[in-house]
Design a protein around this ligand. Structure first.
Ligand SMILES: C[S@@+](CC[C@H](N)C(=O)[O-])C[C@H]1O[C@@H](n2cnc3c(N)ncnc32)[C@H](O)[C@@H]1O
Length: 184
């Protein structure tokens, strides 16, 4: 009888923990969406092709706006000696990205809980974005006025209309096109 009560208590606690975790996860997913873009990761198979076309060099500073679980920056850091910064408004992907970075022993990439609208882009050599156009519209001034000459801006999934005169390449992979812009 006592064993049964203990067992039921264990099951109820486990169910409660599961429900709380799932609710927190869903609340933060909705939060990301409300802030400008839901969490959808770049497909792993697209990453290689995007990184290859970016022609990244050792020593470059790479910024990812809305970095999710950090898969782009961590993949780049495996191949090149870069200094990376990932920013995301949602603490759950930021936590995942930090855990993955630690597991993969990547110390050259930092993940910050931050809004992309408050991110300093002045020293970035490469900026990677996979965000809805409406949110990218909100950083128009920052991208046009505060980025370095020759900075490469990569937008996965969506064209950035106000950068059209800097467009240098489009690649097709998987479900989405990826657009490359070189600032002048
Ligand atoms: C489509 S996902 C892309 C994730 C990652 N870049 C990738 O390619 O796998 C968009 C990410 O942007 C984040 N996000 C949405 N609005 C944001 C904002 N205002 N500032 C920072 N991050 C934001 C979301 O939390 C989500 O993780």
């Amino acid at each position: 009888m006592i064993v049964n009560e203990g067992f039921y208590l264990f099951i109820i606690t486990a169910e409660l923990l599961f429900l709380i975790s799932a609710s927190v996860y869903i609340i933060f997913l909705i939060y990301s969406w409300l802030k400008g873009a839901p969490y959808v990761a770049t497909q792993k198979k697209s990453l290689d092709s995007i990184i290859q076309h970016a022609r990244i060099k050792d020593g470059q500073r790479i910024v990812e706006l809305g970095s999710g679980d950090g898969r782009f920056l961590l993949e780049v850091a495996k191949k090149y000696k870069i200094i990376g910064l990932g920013v995301d408004i949602n603490p759950i992907p930021i936590l995942k990205a930090r855990i993955f970075a630690r597991m993969q022993k990547v110390s050259s990439v930092t993940f910050l809980l931050k809004d992309i609208r408050e991110t300093d882009l002045t020293s970035a050599d490469v900026i990677y974005i996979f965000l809805f156009p409406k949110l990218v519209q909100a950083i128009q001034d920052n991208l046009l006025k505060n980025t370095k000459r020759n900075a490469l801006i990569i937008s996965h999934g969506f064209k950035i209309e106000y950068l059209s005169k800097y467009h240098i390449n489009t690649i097709k992979n998987g479900k989405f096109n990826t657009y490359f812009y070189k600032m002048k």
